[in-house]
Design a protein around this ligand. Structure first.
Ligand SMILES: Cc1cc2nc3c(=O)[nH]c(=O)nc-3n(C[C@H](O)[C@H](O)[C@H](O)COP(=O)(O)OP(=O)(O)OC[C@H]3O[C@@H](n4cnc5c(N)ncnc54)[C@H](O)[C@@H]3O)c2cc1C
Length: 467
């Protein structure tokens, strides 16, 4: 065999897996169909969206909030092409970093589309049509996902676009219609709302971000409305038409009443679908399930014993970059004979609006459904000195703890830097902390993290100090 492991796909699942494979002494290759490594996350996902979120938040603050701080800025303007160029530079530096890591770890990179000839042979087809066969003891499928759409929508990629095109707009839309109130639509909607676009979100469910704890979803709705988001809940989109200079979206509410929304750009963000096209799964007897996902066992092994799958393409866990990374490490260590572990309950999730939304563990709705007896403690950021100093008054931290044992079952927050603060909750829950454990730990003052301590105090004995 040429290699111990061949990984197909170089997203956060694939490239992190490759590094860990190399670290544990496996002869490793990675196959990527694009010239740039890093997959969705680095090229058209996490990193570019955060670059634009940061830029647009600077503009928004300069326009709306600086005055309050005594900073008088005049003649503010937006140079969107420059903003997009900065984003591209951030992406290209990050992508170069992955190429460097492949070299450093002596991982062979094949550029081309990978497919299975048999369970030990991967064919790599370059863009020039040339094919090369690579033999290997193990294969890891890390081919990720692509934006999903609805069957009646024609994505022309100019007026009717996906997240990929939304990261490359050269003009701020006057009216951006977002189909789907999940995290990708809300993040990209926030970018353009902060830059001055009117944003309308059309969502089928009764609340936005329907998987997060309902308290957070409600609070998020409030803060997005402050940004002038028009949020239409319980509306089923029935047609999307590009009329040349405008796009018309029609939707029905739950009583069958039709509405029509006109805008200049329509972003379709109704989720992502696993990507397995052209992989030749039929040559190795692997089928995908109804959602197009590859099924794996508890060790992330497919039904073929030397073939594993990780990341967005599998039927396990959320479609998130850090989940894919954990799985990459898990598979590498499993192949090396180690006994790794992933706690799927403790994979945090984040929405990078401002304020940010972050959660880990069970939501209150899930605890109710399980019939678990629990206590709730919450604390608003507006009661915190640090939040007053930075003018970040919206949001709260909510701690859910077992009624009998006080063990923390879930921590949910919407507030400044929640994406970073959620790490404390993950550590606490990984060590099975009680709410009182968190409450008794000293938190630096003044910091946003004091809200976690206060919410834990509230959950312990209803004795938050500052509320
Ligand atoms: C706008 C946006 C924002 C996001 N923000 C976040 C965020 O903030 N945090 C977060 O955790 N997640 C975020 N995500 C989700 C995150 O990007 C994905 O969960 C993550 O990239 C999945 O990693 P992966 O390794 O499974 O697959 P991917 O990153 O999709 O990578 C798969 C790779 O496989 C390659 N490939 C596919 N088929 C073949 C083949 N046959 N041969 C060779 N190569 C192939 C693809 O070209 C691609 O490079 C975001 C996604 C989007 C779209």
């Amino acid at each position: 065999m040429d290699f111990d492991v061949v990984i197909i796909g170089s997203g956060p699942g694939g490239y992190v897996c490759a590094i860990r494979c190399a670290q544990v002494g496996l002869k490793t290759a990675i196959v990527e169909k694009y010239n740039a490594l890093g997959g969705t996350c680095l090229n058209v996902g996490c990193i570019p969206s955060k670059a634009l979120l940061d830029s647009s938040e600077h503009f928004h603050n300069a326009k709306e909030n600086f005055k309050e701080h005594g900073i008088d800025l005049r003649n503010l303007s937006i140079d969107l092409p420059k903003m997009i160029q900065r984003k591209r530079d951030v992406v290209s530096k990050t992508v170069d970093g992955v190429a460097f890591l492949m070299k450093k770890n002596k991982i062979q990179v094949f550029t081309g589309k990978g497919s299975f000839k048999d369970k030990n042979t991967v064919v790599v087809e370059g863009s020039d049509g040339k094919k090369q066969e690579v033999t290997t003891k193990n294969v890891i499928i890390a081919t990720g996902s692509k934006p999903a759409s609805l069957p009646f929508i024609k994505l022309d990629k100019e007026r009717v676009i996906t997240s990929t095109e939304a990261l490359e707009l050269q003009e701020v839309p006057k009216h951006l219609i977002v189909i789907g109130g999940g995290y990708i639509g809300l993040e990209l909607g926030s970018v353009y709302a902060r830059l001055g676009a009117k944003v309308t979100v059309v969502e089928y469910m009764e609340r936005i971000a329907p998987l997060i704890d309902e308290t957070l979803s409600k609070e998020l709705t409030k803060v997005l409305k402050k940004l002038d988001f028009d949020i239409k809940l319980k509306h089923k989109v029935t047609s999307v038409e590009n009329k040349g200079k405008e796009v018309i979206v029609k939707a029905e509410d739950s009583n069958g009443k039709e509405i029509e929304v006109k805008g200049d750009i329509c972003l379709v963000s109704v989720g992502r679908r696993p990507y397995t096209e052209g992989l030749g799964l039929e040559n190795i007897g692997i089928e995908v399930n109804k959602q197009g996902k590859i099924e794996v066992d508890d060790h992330l092994r497919t039904k073929v014993d030397n073939i594993y799958a990780i990341g967005d393409v599998i039927d396990k866990g959320p479609m998130l970059a850090h989940k894919a990374e954990e799985e990459g490490v898990y598979v590498a260590e499993t192949i090396a004979g180690q006994k790794p572990h992933i706690n799927y309950l403790l994979i945090p999730s984040v929405i990078y609006t401002w304020p940010e939304v972050a959660s880990v563990g069970y939501t209150e709705e899930q605890l109710k459904e399980k019939g678990k007896k629990y206590k709730v403690g919450s604390f608003p950021f507006r009661a915190l000195g640090r939040a007053r100093a930075s003018m970040d008054l919206d949001g709260l931290v909510k701690v859910l703890a077992d009624e009998a044992t006080d063990e923390v079952l879930g921590i949910h927050m919407i507030g400044p830097r929640a994406a970073d603060m959620i790490a404390e909750a993950v550590v606490a829950m990984e060590y099975r902390a009680s709410a009182e454990d968190i409450a008794r730990m000293s938190h630096a003052h003044p910091t946003f993290t004091e809200a976690i301590k206060e919410a834990s105090l509230a959950a312990t004995e209803g004795r938050a100090l500052h509320a």
